[in-house]
Design a protein around this ligand. Structure first.
Ligand code: NDP
Length: 385
């Protein structure tokens, strides 16, 4: 059976892992849309290789380059935010939402409105839009499958069980590259050190989020929406080996965990084949060689991001969208060498402690909150503050 697939964020890390699986199962998929922000020549090469129907760059200034690279191929080329939404609305059987940041929200919502299956990697979209997105999923009869390895693990551990019997959902965290650094040393952490994740190969933004533990904070809010057991049943544990991807403990004392190699092709494959399974080229787990799986509590004094995220989840309303937007601005500023590492979470804390916008109840309102929070974040970063 051939299914249609669109990949939003095809030139990124998750996009590349997804296309690697598609490449190995060419008969199983027909590619509808591939999108990128500005990497027009890479996108064109992928569109040609996979014979996509349409390729879209979000940054319209890159459209001439995309057109030129696709000349004579018969593949449609388009550019700009509206074209991105139009491509996401073409109704593929599976849409992989792998754009980084809240920029992925509107196209992901457009795909949801078509009622197909959404393999969601773009956690920032769900964190920002929360109830607006889950309500749209229900309204349009779409299926939301989590790509994030932790949420994919939880999804697998919940299969065939009732949420009412869940005692705990435990998200595991590698702790990132700085998990053993002192608070003093963290102040001087550089972008090059922050993007060097010990276990996973990922895009720059999520790698920095992993180093601050904001990634786990965003995942906490993501889990809050995907698996509605309540904040008090969600917890985080540090597991440096990244082999146990998350766990669910039931009321009878049974804990189910999902284990696998630290390779995003495993959770992506689980969403592409769901409810069946497909082969991946990943090296099988060799637990004897790994030897030890260790766990420890999180340290919210050195890494306050998870506390902030929990508070934002409890506060609800605009708080998660504000947290996400400020974090996006602060991470970009850190990567550009404009602010120190520990300031990323400090700015989020600062902005969240101010008067927040009204709770958003529609996509347009979420986007407005996101825009407002970015302005607040930039103001907070001005030298006078
Ligand atoms: P990358 O930075 O590697 O890729 C991001 C993709 O989004 C690229 O295709 C990029 O295009 C596109 N993009 C960037 N900005 C925009 C924009 N403004 N509008 C439209 N498209 C844009 O990110 P990752 O693949 O690492 O992460 C993607 C998402 O998946 C994130 O939300 C992340 O948190 C999540 N995730 C990632 C994991 C991983 O292992 N990488 C694991 C779990 C979740 P271009 O190449 O042209 O810049």
């Amino acid at each position: 059976m051939t299914r249609t697939i669109s990949i939003l964020g095809a030139t990124g890390s998750v996009g590349a892992s997804t296309l690697d699986l598609v490449r190995r199962n060419r008969a199983g998929f027909h590619v509808v849309a591939l999108t990128a922000n500005s990497q027009a020549s890479d996108l064109a090469a992928l569109a040609r290789e996979f014979n996509a129907e349409i390729a879209v760059v979000a940054d319209e200034s890159c459209l001439p380059q995309l057109r030129e690279a696709l000349a004579g191929s018969g593949i449609e080329a388009a550019g700009g935010p509206a074209a991105l939404i139009e491509a996401a609305s073409r109704g593929a059987d599976i849409t992989v939402a792998a754009i980084v940041g809240c920029a992925g929200l509107a196209p992901t919502m457009a795909a949801i409105e078509q009622g197909g299956t959404i393999a969601l990697a773009n956690k920032e979209a769900l964190v920002s839009a929360g109830d607006v997105m889950t309500a749209a999923v229900a309204r349009h009869g779409a299926t939301l499958l989590p790509v994030d390895s932790e949420h994919n693990a939880i999804f697998q551990c919940l299969a065939g069980n009732d949420l009412a019997h869940v005692r705990w959902i435990t998200l595991t965290a590698s702790g990132g590259p700085f998990r053993d650094w002192s608070a003093e040393r963290l102040v001087h952490a550089t972008p090059a050190e922050a993007v060097k994740h010990p276990n996973w190969s990922m895009g720059a933004k999520i790698s920095v989020d992993s180093a601050t533990m904001m990634n786990k904070g965003l995942e906490f809010i993501e889990a809050f929406h995907l698996f509605p057991v309540g904040v008090e049943r969600l917890r985080i544990i540090v597991h440096p080996q990244s082999i146990v991807h998350s766990m669910v403990e039931y009321r009878d004392g049974s804990t189910l965990a999902q284990l696998g190699p630290s390779d995003m092709r495993v959770p992506i494959a689980s969403t592409l084949a769901w409810p069946a399974r497909m082969d991946t080229p990943c090296t099988p787990l060799d637990l004897a060689a790994i030897g030890e799986l260790t766990f420890r509590a999180t340290d919210e004094l050195r890494f306050p991001a998870t506390r902030l995220a929990r508070e934002a989840a409890c506060a609800g309303g605009a708080a998660p969208a504000v947290l996400n937007a400020v974090n996006e601005i602060a991470v970009a500023a850190f990567l550009a060498g404009q602010i120190g590492f520990t300031r990323i979470v400090a700015y989020a804390d600062d902005v969240l402690s101010r008067a927040l916008p009204s709770p958003p109840t529609s996509l347009e309102e979420v986007i407005a909150v996101d825009r407002e929070a970015r302005i607040l974040a930039r103001e907070a970063m001005e030298p006078a503050h």
